[in-house]
Design a protein. Structure first.
Ligand SMILES: NC(=O)c1ccc[n+]([C@@H]2O[C@H](COP(=O)([O-])OP(=O)(O)OC[C@H]3O[C@@H](n4cnc5c(N)ncnc54)[C@H](OP(=O)(O)O)[C@@H]3O)[C@@H](O)[C@H]2O)c1
Length: 317
């Protein structure tokens, strides 16, 4: 089969089209003939070697896939064969024509929903739903969504009020993206490309922290004393959030790290199927940016790194 192999971390050109044996599903796994493969910003950081991630090289990177079930491993329901499913591998292996993934992390694509739409919306939407639920908003609170037109940020902005936000502040790095954030439902939009941008913030009850680095520390200084909470789920800048225990003590606020295996299990077990149902019923929608053929995986990474696009970047074999 055709697959994209990373032999050593570095520039996008390190992603090379390679002929590999078709994987066999292990016990508890199923094998999909891929129809749509997700490409995420985190994968550009994994490829570049800037994100702490266990990466046994050479590796086929990629975690999200939708496609037809062609084989199942021991213990998996054989009647799934022939159906169309979408899911995550739990780490690697998705930039390929055939992808093995745990059956527990794959769900049938609902009738009427295109596999590429299911793929584009399910993972970032599920993460947004999980974060919004975790925030336990009280109906009048002010929230800050950093990178409010990123894949996850778009759904946070779009659904924040449904989950009890009173006022939604979003950030984005270009005029076009700031317009988009407003169209998604943000009441106030700031430019996170302006140094010291957190200075413009009012008191914020909840921040969905995805950029990290020094601005995260500045944002923390605007959390409502006593009740403010930071839900820390990403580090788009590649830098961990510069937040100290002393900062938390001074303001009496909390930081919750929304990451790790237990968190991922909850997101995929609970919120992923909920998001698929929303997409199928029109209670949310997929944001597609660009679809490229599998052999242009390097271009897909360049596109994400350019930060020009909004919407998901997908690969098709
Ligand atoms: N904790 C979890 O369970 C979990 C799961 C999946 C993903 N994540 C994390 O969630 C974060 C968002 O992921 P995503 O897939 O939504 O991202 P994405 O769709 O690829 O969004 C990337 C956008 O973020 C903005 N951005 C802001 N600061 C940036 C910086 N310093 N470098 C690069 N881009 C920056 C850029 O837009 P502008 O032009 O507006 O700057 C860029 O286009 C990532 O850090 C990812 O690793 C966490």
């Amino acid at each position: 089969m055709r697959a994209i192999v990373l032999n050593s971390t570095g520039e996008p050109d390190e992603l090379r089209l390679t002929d590999l044996p078709r994987p066999r599903p292990e016990a508890g796994q199923l094998l999909l003939r891929a129809q749509a493969i997700g490409v995420s910003y985190a994968e550009t950081q994994i490829r570049a070697g800037t994100l702490p991630f266990p990466l046994p090289l050479p590796a086929v990177i990629g975690a999200e896939v939708a496609g037809e079930v062609v084989e199942v491993g021991e213990g998996v329901d054989e009647t799934l064969i022939g159906g169309t499913m979408v899911g995550v591998t739990g780490g690697l292996g998705a930039y390929a024509e055939y992808v093995a993934l745990p059956a527990a992390m794959a769900f049938p694509v609902p009738d009427g929903l295109a596999p590429e739409h299911a793929l584009a919306g399910a993972a970032p939407g599920a993460l947004a739903l999980a974060l919004l639920q975790k925030a336990a908003l009280n109906g009048a609170e002010t929230v800050l969504v950093e990178a409010g037109t990123s894949s996850v940020g778009s759904y946070l902005v779009r659904h924040a009020k449904e989950f009890g936000a009173g006022h939604v502040i979003a950030t984005a790095g270009s005029a076009a993206k700031r317009e988009r954030a407003a169209a998604l439902g943000a009441d106030t939009v700031l430019d996170h490309g302006t140094p010291g941008w957190p200075d413009a913030l009012p008191d914020v009850d909840v921040v969905f922290e995805s950029i990290g680095g020094a601005p995260a520390g500045q944002v923390l200084g605007h959390l409502t004393p006593g009740t403010g909470r930071m839900l820390y789920y990403g580090l788009l800048s590649g830098e961990p959030a510069a937040v100290t225990a002393a900062d938390l003590m001074t303001r009496g606020v909390t930081v919750t790290a929304c990451s790790g295996p237990a968190w991922a299990g909850q997101v995929f077990g609970t919120h992923y199927p909920q998001m698929l149902a929303r997409l199928a019923e029109g209670r949310s929608e997929a944001y597609l940016g660009r679809t490229l053929p599998l052999d242009r995986a390097a271009d897909a990474h360049r596109l994400l790194e350019s930060r020009e696009l909004t919407g998901r970047v997908l690969l098709t074999p």
